[in-house]
Design a protein. Sequence first.
Length: 84
Amino acid sequence: MNWRQQINFSPKKVSAQPAVQETRLSVEFLLGLFAAGWTEQQVLDKYPELTSQKLRAALVAADSRLVSSIANPELLEIIEKTRE
């Protein structure tokens, strides 16, 4: 799955957070729901504009940013500066 096709990053939308395409749901918000104990089905029921594929793309996007920041924090810092 190419998560980049499902996730938008626009500094002018959703507080400059990566968000699921065609929604206003940020990756960070969705992670927060899972951290609070929500199940995938609960998230999909509450937000019908999401699909399982889009939700998984959000999780992959979050994971790739986390791994990048741990493996090479200097590179992540450079990437973040270019987005400003």
